[in-house]
Each structure stands twice: as structure tokens, then as C-alpha cells.
Design a protein around this ligand. Structure first.
Ligand code: PEP
Ligand code: MG
Length: 561
């Protein structure tokens, strides 16, 4: 992902955080706005029970609608919709609405207030939970609109392809997006790891998130969304649209031409692997042209639960993945609990700075049983299939942790143990890390967060989190060099690997594999195939010696063409 300062508004363009690549032009269609809340109304005590019943009935209708849509949907959409309907069906929420009405509020304000209380609790939990507040706002608006007899907010259906513009997107809507009709996404809010950003990448849609005020983007107005530049041009000239379309066509044709194992123009191999974050992504990832999985985020098995899944459940989930990737590599990342992925049974709720607290491998050290069960499940599933299973730990800070982890992995009969490099200290001591394990994998998302002391979930800090930052690239270089000296492969599995131009730089820095959302791999493969290893090395020097992230990207773009 390439980023520009979010929120800046030029005369004829909005700028935000660029997500994915490519561009698309088309007419804007905005999400139906949330219903305006009417002035509070006094409800007589005698009428309160009926008023409460009307509010609860609106809430039940919202749940029923979500369940219906979940039943019709499949895969990700079904999962997201069911999760949302469960939130709305929480009896505590209904009780609160009833209490508020019986306490004198009208139905609309009671719904609004009850959802507001839930929202505040999620926000206070921070990280992953705070990013789910858009789901609650969506449920609130649907319920209030139903109660007031207003149009229910949701995806527009203008009857033709459109650029979807929204304040933020709720999973209930994004899960149902039809990539055949939605040309691009533009949101006012959201950061580089927001739901919209992740979804846009998975669908291969150009997107600009965190744009700030989008009131200029009215229904039917033509815009040109450039996901590489992070810009949304208003009323673009016909020539600009034609030239962007031609560029887009060439980009797609070029990506489709090259298939198979990743390599540079002179044949230097670079393994191209897929990131996998949930079982519903499995069939798409397995069907993608890749040499396997470079980052299997296992957290999805543990999220939204009160206790860890047992050995059998984990074994069967891992078997599904290993079977789908029979004969190919699968790099399993052990549980990464904490900070942006809080789990009530694995992390402490009262840490002041969860990102700096007991997370990742540290949480596993505090509760050894968690990791033992997971490793036993991975080993059992690996033994039953023919995937080439590698295992790595998140958030490793010092070589001793890497050594301890590798010993535990090997004790389970799993031959390949690795450490993620996500903390600057690990990059600075990468050679000692490489000495005690079999491979390293650089998580540029967290490595950027910790190098720049910038919360990775904050859209307002996107400039610092830009993976083109030369300081971040320096740490990648140190790690790759250390791996080279020790004869260990060093991959990149953070979002940086999804940017085709940056991929050239990473390879030039010595990285041996790149792992990204499957939709991003074809363009990375095609770009690599057009440059020699020497080109990549030159581009790496250009990026490393640039003054800042924007200059690094501009200089590499000018040179690589
Ligand atoms: C990273 O930090 O770059 C990474 C790949 O791990 P995650 O995004 O899951 O924290
Ligand atoms: Mg990470």
C-alpha cells in the first residue's frame, strides 16, 4: 500500500490512504445516510410498554433481516452477517432498550442510547474491537430506521456499476459487495488495517480510505479513483478517464501474461506465497497461482470465543488448510494474541499499552498450554497430510525467545521453525535469530508500528506507517543480509509485499519470498519478471538513500518505469 497524507483536499481531488492498486472511474453512489434522530418525545408511563415493544420489534426485524441475508449468502458474507446478527440479538442489548423506554425515553432514543453504550464499551477495549464499532453503528441505524418507517440504510442499488462512497463500511454491507457492480471504494474514515482496506485488497478493488470530508462526492458525480496514488479526482476530463482505463487494461493484461513460480527477468527465484486469514478464504487462496501460504494467521480460530479451541477442533481446521495446499508450503503463524487482536483468555484487559504488553509469543510463554495444544494440533495435521508445513512465532524480540520457540516446535516433530521479525530489536540481532531457527519472516505492519512508535490502526499516522519509509527498509536490509550470511530464507509477509513496486526493492534488499493477499500476487509476479536482480538491487539503493517515504517511492517509480 502506498500512502499520502490523509484528509488533504486539493481543488479537484481528495486524497486519502491508498489501498490496493489500479484505478477506476464511474458515477458515485453513496450509502443511504443514517436516519436523522427526531427530537426526543415524552412517553407517558401508560404507553411505555407499547413503545418498548415497538423498539424491540424493530431490533428483532433487524436481526431477522441479517439472518435471512446470512442464509442466502455464503463464505465470508455469511460469516460476517451471522456475527452481526448475533451482536444485535444480544439479550443484554434488548433488556437495556426496554429499561430505557420504561424509564421515559422514546423508542428511537432508547435504541440510540443502548447501542451507544455498547459502542463505548467496544471503543474502550481498543484495537480489533474498536474497529468493530462501525458494525454497531450500522445495526443501530437499521433498527432506528425500521422503527421510524424510514428507508433502511445500506448498499445503494443504482442499477449500473458505481463507485461506492461511504463514511465507513460495515461488514454487513461490504460482505455483500458485488465486485461486478462496485468499481471502487472511497471512505471518509478507516485506517490502513481497517475492514474496508482488507476487504478491498481481498476483492482486488481500488480503494482510498480515510479521505476525511467526502460531501463533494454526491450521487451521480463522476470520479476517478486512483488506488496507487491515493486520490479521488472529481469530474475528471474524458482524456484522464480514458488514459486511466487504458493504463488499467494494460496493467491487467500484463499481470495475466506471467504465471507460475516467481522470478526476476534473469531467473532469480522469489517465492510468491498467499496470506490466509480465515477458512472461508481457503478455496480462493488454494486456487490462486502461488507456491503456498506464506502467512497463515491462526487467530481466526480463537477470536470471538471465551476459551481456546481444543486439540481436535484445531487439528481438523489445520487439516483442511494442509489438504488444500497438498505438496505446497504452508507457513503457520502461532497464535498472535494481544493489541489489535485481543483475546479475553490469552491477554490481560488492564494493560496500559497492549501493543507493548504481553502479546504474541509473550502471551504463549505466560500460558504454555496454549502453545502446546496448538503445536500438537499443527503436528498432527501435518503428519496426516502432504503439505510442507513450516511454523513461526509472532512478536519475537530476542534470540533466546526464538531459540526456545524453535526447540518447542522441533519437540513436536515439526522440522522448520522460524521467527517473525516485527520488533526493531529482532532486526538489529537478526543474525543471532537466524542462527537459532530455520527461517525469518518480516512482518512489516508491526515492524513499522514499532519502528516509528505509530499505532498501526490509526489512519492519521498512515504517513509514518508507510512501508516505503527508508528506516523500515534499512531494517529489512539488515534482516535479509543476516539471513544470507546464515543461509536462511528471509520472507516478507506484511502488507509491503503486496505493492509490486516495493516488491522490487524488497527483493533487491535480499528478501527471498513475498507473501500477500492472493489478488495482489499476479501484479507482483509480472513486475518481478520485468526486472533483473541487478535492477532490483539498484532500486533498493535508490529507496534506501531517499529522504523520506514519498521520495523513495517517487525515485523508484521514475527509475523502474
Ligand atoms: C505484520 O505485522 O506485518 C504481520 C504480517 O502480522 P499481522 O499483520 O498479523 O500482525
Ligand atoms: Mg504482526
Amino acid at each position: 500500500m502506498t500512502t499520502t497524507a490523509p484528509g488533504a483536499v486539493a481543488a479537484s481531488a481528495l486524497t486519502g490512504i491508498a489501498v490496493g492498486s489500479g484505478s477506476a472511474a464511474g458515477p458515485v453512489a453513496r450509502m443511504a445516510p443514517m436516519p436523522a434522530l427526531p427530537e426526543p418525545r415524552a412517553v407517558a408511563a401508560a404507553d411505555a410498554p407499547a413503545e418498548a415493544e415497538a423498539a424491540l420489534s424493530a431490533l428483532r426485524d433487524t436481526v431477522a433481516d441479517l439472518e435471512l441475508r446470512a442464509a442466502k449468502a455464503s463464505g465470508a458474507a455469511a460469516e460476517v452477517l451471522s456475527a452481526q446478527s448475533m451482536m444485535a440479538a444480544d439479550p443484554v442489548l434488548a433488556d437495556r432498550v426496554r429499561d430505557l423506554v420504561l424509564g421515559g425515553r422514546d423508542g428511537a432514543h432508547a435504541l440510540h442510547a443502548a447501542f451507544g453504550e455498547f459502542r463505548a464499551a467496544l471503543e474502550a477495549a481498543g484495537g480489533y474491537f474498536a474497529e468493530r464499532t462501525a458494525d454497531l453503528d450500522d445495526l443501530r441505524d437499521r433498527s432506528v430506521a425500521r422503527l421510524l418507517g424510514l428507508p433502511v440504510p445500506g448498499l445503494p442499488a443504482p442499477g449500473h456499476p458505481f463507485v461506492l462512497v461511504a463514511e465507513d463500511l460495515a461488514p454487513a454491507d461490504t460482505a455483500l459487495l458485488d465486485p461486478g457492480l462496485v468499481l471502487a471504494l472511497v471512505t471518509e474514515r478507516g485506517g490502513p488495517t481497517s475492514h474496508t482496506a482488507i476487504l478491498a485488497k481481498a476483492l482486488g478493488l481500488p480503494a482510498v480510505v480515510g479521505c476525511g470530508d467526502t460531501t463533494a462526492l454526491t450521487d451521480g458525480r463522476t470520479v476517478l479513483v486512483d488506488a496507487a496514488a491515493g486520490t479521488v479526482q472529481l469530474d475528471p476530463a474524458a482524456e484522464a478517464v480514458a488514459s486511466a482505463a487504458a493504463h488499467e487494461r494494460r496493467r491487467r493484461e500484463r499481470s495475466a501474461r506471467v504465471r507460475g513460480a516467481g522470478r526476476t527477468a534473469d531467473g532469480h527465484p522469489v517465492k510468491l506465497l498467499a496470506n490466509l486469514g480465515a477458512l472461508h478464504e481457503l478455496s480462493g487462496a488454494a486456487a490462486a497461482d502461488s507456491e503456498g501460504v506464506g502467512l497463515f494467521r491462526t487467530e481466526f480460530l480463537y477470536l470471538d470465543r471465551t476459551e481456546a479451541p481444543g486439540l481436535d477442533e484445531q487439528t481438523s481446521a489445520y487439516r483442511q488448510v494442509f489438504d488444500a495446499f497438498a505438496g505446497r508450503r504452508v507457513v503457520v503463524r502461532t497464535l498472535d494474541a494481544g493489541a489489535d487482536k485481543p483475546l479475553p483468555f490469552a491477554t490481560s484487559a488492564d494493560e496500559q499499552n497492549p501493543a507493548l504488553g504481553v502479546r504474541g509469543l509473550r502471551a504463549a510463554a505466560r500460558d504454555p498450554e496454549l502453545m502446546e495444544t496448538q503445536l500438537a494440533a499443527v503436528a498432527a495435521a501435518a503428519a496426516a497430510g502432504s503439505a510442507d508445513v513450516w511454523v513461526m512465532a509472532p512478536m519475537v524480540s530476542v534470540p533466546a525467545e526464538a531459540a526456545g520457540f524453535a526447540a518447542r516446535v522441533r519437540a513436536h516433530g515439526l522440522p522448520f521453525a522460524g521467527a517473525m521479525v516485527e520488533v526493531p530489536a529482532a532486526a538489529l540481532r537478526a543474525e543471532a535469530m537466524a542462527e537459532v531457527c530455520d527461517f525469518l519472516s518480516i512482518g512489516t505492519n508491526d515492524l513499522a508500528q514499532y519502528t516509528f512508535a505509530a499505532d498501526r490502526t490509526l489512519g492519521s499516522l498512515a504517513g509514518l506507517l508507510d512501508p516505503w519509509q527508508p528506516a523500515l527498509l534499512e531494517l529489512v536490509r539488515m534482516t535479509a543480509r543476516a539471513g544470507e550470511r546464515r543461509g536462511r530464507p528471509v520472507g516478507v509477509c506484511g502488507e509491503a509485499a503486496a505493492d509490486p513496486l516495493l516488491a522490487l526493492v524488497l527483493v533487491g534488499l535480499g528478501v527471498t519470498s513475498l507473501s500477500a493477499a492472493p489478488a495482489c500476487l499476479p501484479e507482483v509476479r509480472a513486475t518481478l519478471a520485468e526486472h533483473t536482480l541487478d535492477d532490483c538491487r539498484t532500486l533498493a539503493t535508490v529507496a534506501l538513500t531517499a529522504e523520506n517515504a514519498l521520495a523513495a517511492r517517487a525515485a523508484v517509480l521514475a527509475r523502474a518505469g
